[in-house]
Design a protein. Structure first.
Length: 234
């Protein structure tokens, strides 16, 4: 289904929902993006309910943006000849609206997400930040966290000369830059079907009593991933 047709269909579906269900939803947006699952191949995020910054402590003031990802629908339709665009869109839309209603019922839980987003901005701008901030994001798989469009994959221990990791069901490897030492954030490029934002390997330092009382310097670098299968074949 073309993007314009899909967008029009979602807008018609939104108009069919009871008005009270949409209370606090700032907008329903259809995006062209494709969001692959960080671990499982052939799995994609089809929609999301994204909380918007609140201006008051009243849960009733919480607003959300509901997103549906046309690229993800398109990827799944390519894999499944019997993919039902209308049924899947309705299920995704109503599922994300339910998320909005649940969030309004537990507004304090959103404060950690806001703090994680702020710390991520500091990381990107080269400012000091808490090296464990990403854990306040959404844990989408064991050891895999999402903060807005960025994904953080935890790697235990010290960075080796070569590090292997899994993204979207495939094994990859990357060579950390010289001088990489935990705690470290290594932004990785070159994977197939990357996330909308950055893919970051996080090398976690083993906690110590001394580390509780002083700031830890955080290493940041970048590397290019290579598929493990391609390396074996060569």
């Amino acid at each position: 289904m073309r993007f314009d047709d899909f967008d029009a269909m979602v807008r018609r579906m939104t108009a069919e929902l009871p008005a009270e269900y949409l209370d606090g939803i700032a907008e329903v947006v259809v995006s062209r993006a494709t969001l692959p699952h960080p671990v499982r191949a052939d799995v994609y995020t089809m929609g999301e309910c994204i909380p918007l910054p609140a201006t008051a402590d009243d849960p009733e003031s919480i607003q959300s943006r509901v997103m549906l990802y046309h690229g993800s629908f398109q990827a799944l339709a390519t894999l499944d000849p019997e993919f039902d665009w209308r049924e899947e869109a309705w299920e995704t839309l109503t599922h994300e609206v339910r998320h909005h209603l649940e969030w309004r019922a537990r507004a304090p839980a959103l404060e950690a997400l806001d703090a994680a987003a702020e710390a991520n901005f500091a990381r990107q701008d080269g400012e000091p930040f808490d090296p464990l901030f990403y854990r306040d994001g959404e844990e989408v798989a064991p050891g895999v966290f999402r903060v807005e469009d960025d994904y953080f994959l935890e790697v235990r221990g010290s960075p080796a000369a070569r590090v292997e990791f899994v993204w979207h069901g495939r094994a990859w490897m990357v060579d950390p830059p010289e001088g990489t030492a935990a705690p470290a954030f290594l932004t990785v490029e070159g994977v197939e079907e990357p996330p909308p934002g950055e893919l970051v390997l996080v090398f976690v330092r083993r906690p110590s009593l001394l580390g509780l009382f002083r700031a830890q310097p955080v290493f940041q670098g970048a590397g290019r991933a290579r598929a493990v299968d391609d390396s074996k074949e060569s």
